[in-house]
Design a binder for this molecule. Structure first.
Ligand code: THU
Length: 169
């Protein structure tokens, strides 16, 4: 059997050469990568997850590279009402005026790394290029990285809709 593609292999964030190659491949500086890592791990500690005890932290970087926003999962006694970390972080970015996001990072307490749920993939699709990296950190700071288009192939996005305006009758 052929080896898995590099994008689905766990990489140690302590391996400077591999991190450098991830950054080069995805157009991130090493400072941006490390800031995304730090912020998504820190956000995990703000999770409100009394029902699942499954903490998730997310961090996003604005397209201009100047702003970071982070969030965590927020659960609810009425279970389906709870919100994932990725959507909290993206909602914060968007409501602060940043609708174009260059990279998304997610951290959990498990290994291998968890990847964003289907609903979050679609939510990310609204604000990121299909080539945008989604970086997934595990409990030991190892990570996997995939482009949005790999996580959500043949996706539906805003450009599929007709421009706003009067609809034909
Ligand atoms: N969760 C996230 O925050 N992001 C995901 O992409 C997957 C799941 C949260 C939702 C819920 O609070 C907990 O993880 C368990 O499903």
């Amino acid at each position: 059997m052929s080896p898995p593609p590099p994008s689905f292999t766990s990489i140690s964030s302590g391996d400077a050469a591999l991190v450098a190659s991830t950054c080069e491949e995805h157009g991130l500086t090493e400072a941006e990568f490390s800031e995304l890592h730090r912020r998504c791990v820190a956000a995990k500690s703000t999770a409100y997850c009394p029902y699942s005890q499954f903490r998730v932290g997310a961090a996003v970087l604005s397209a201009d590279g100047a702003y970071y926003f982070s969030g965590a999962n927020v659960e609810n006694a009425s279970y389906p009402v709870g919100t994932c970390a990725e959507r909290v972080a993206l909602g914060k970015a968007v409501t602060e005026g940043h609708r174009k996001i260059r990279a998304v990072a997610v951290a959990t307490d498990i290994a291998p790394p968890a990847s964003p749920c289907g609903m979050c993939r679609q939510f990310i699709r609204e604000f990121c290029d299909l080539k945008a990296p989604i970086i997934m950190f595990d409990k030991d700071d190892n990570y996997k990285v995939a482009r949005l288009e790999q996580l959500l192939p043949l996706s539906f996005g805003p450009e599929a809709l007709p421009p706003p305006g009067p609809r034909p009758s």
